[in-house]
Write a protein that binds this ligand. Structure first.
Ligand code: SR1
Ligand code: MG
Length: 395
């Protein structure tokens, strides 16, 4: 063991915020966990924060630090570091509902904007697994359990007015909600400097941006996102926020969490699953498209099953809940598909397609996304999934 590093004024080296480096994160972990760490590697691969894996004698930990800007954009996109407080709080509330589904948190330091957590050894992002190795067979059950628990147990279906307000007060409509507002609901539907797409898509992008019905639907969904404070949602539940091993699943990255609409998380998730399916479809990997269809159906079946179970325990109407959720989920899914092609944040499984197939994949994603956003009446899961993943003739 090493003692904490105390400087000449009696302050530890990390009392004031500083950006951790490959060197200082080792000292920081040693000091914070009271255990000797030896070296670190930078494993930041998300857009928002910096992340290190730090190696000790016997074990490794993950150190996640919020920077005063968006990591991928650098200092040109300043952000407060508040998101780490949101993430820590959301972890503690969601982990109290589904303890085995989230990584273990070892340490939190608000001033340094750091969370130290379990290193998910042997896990990989579900997005990667969906591209090649198809780990994660138990994702549907785990994700359905997570979504149903957090949606129901943090909502007024279960909490009384005062309990609901007490949790909600801790979660504001944060800066990251504004990032989502911009990148998901606004930028793709107008010429905007954050948009990023291939030149060959210009015609269909122009169509999207001049389609009044689509723009009106996007604007309505932005209002729903901002105002339906129904449950403490994850807020960014794409397939990269789900970590999988051969037989286990964990949910990570809760910094976008806020009180939002029931339909958002599963809408985002089904959209990303549909993008993976489209990628395999254009590659003619039909064995994989069947596996993904099976994942989607199982997520929905388990979700319904889990809702039934919770409704018996807590006496609420599953029909009323679904009536409130499904139409939104349908439309959020469409928007996620569109923004992952036109907007700033893309889907690797589509971007990494060979030239010959990529254009078709992108066009399918946009067309299907449009259909989900504007033709969402009379929800039926089979139809929803077919619309998200169908072949599109005009291509
Ligand atoms: C610039 S942030 C881009 C995206 O990364 C996050 O995971 C969210 O999906 C966000 O929209
Ligand atoms: Mg993330």
């Amino acid at each position: 063991m090493r003692a904490a590093m105390v400087d000449y004024k009696g302050m530890t080296r990390f009392e004031k915020y500083q950006e951790l480096t490959l060197e200082s994160v080792v000292a920081y972990s040693t000091e914070s966990l009271n255990e000797e760490f030896l070296y670190a590697e930078d494993v930041s691969d998300g857009n928002i924060n910096q992340v290190f894996r730090v190696f000790g004698h016997q074990s490794t930990v993950i150190v996640k630090q919020a920077l005063p800007y968006l990591r991928v954009a650098g200092k040109t996109w300043p952000l407060t570091r508040h998101r780490i407080i949101t993430e820590h709080l959301a972890y503690s509330i969601h982990a109290s509902l589904t303890p085995e589904i989230l990584p273990e948190i070892y340490h939190f330091n608000q001033e340094m904007s750091v969370i130290i957590m379990e290193d998910l050894q042997g896990f990989e992002p579900w997005r990667e697994a969906l591209i090649s190795d198809f780990k994660g067979m138990n994702v549907p059950k785990v994700v359905a359990q997570y979504c149903s628990e957090i949606l129901v147990m943090t909502s007024k279906l279960v909490l009384d007015e005062f309990q609901h307000l007490t949790i909600k007060e801790k979660f504001h409509y944060t800066e990251l909600c504004l990032v989502t507002e911009e990148l998901f609901f606004t930028a793709p539907y107008m010429p905007n400097k954050t948009n990023r797409y291939e030149i060959g898509l210009q015609k269909i992008v122009d169509e999207v941006q001049s389609d009044e019905a689509l723009r009106a639907a996007a604007s309505e969904m932005r209002t729903i996102f901002k105002s339906k404070d129904q449950a403490l949602i994850h807020g960014d539940l794409h397939s990269g926020s789900i970590m999988v091993s051969n037989d286990q699943t964990r949910i990570i990255d809760l910094e976008f969490s806020f009180y939002g609409p029931y339909g958002f998380d599963l809408g985002v998730l089904f959209a990303n699953l549909a993008l993976s399916r489209i990628a395999h479809e254009v590659l003619e990997d039909f064995e994989y498209t069947l596996i993904i269809d099976n994942y989607a159906n199982r997520i929905w079946e388990y979700f319904l099953y889990s809702l039934e179970r919770l409704s018996i325990e807590h006496s609420f109407s599953v029909e009323a809940f679904l009536a409130d959720m499904e139409h939104d989920m349908h439309r959020f899914a469409g928007m996620e598909m569109i923004r992952r092609i036109i907007g700033l944040a893309h889907a690797k499984e589509i971007d990494s397609l060979p030239d010959a197939q990529r254009m078709r994949g992108q066009l399918m994603a946009i067309e299907n996304g449009k259909a989900l956003l504007v033709n969402s009446f009379g929800f039926n899961f089979e139809r929803f999934w077919k619309t998200a993943t169908r072949e599109v003739n005009k291509i």
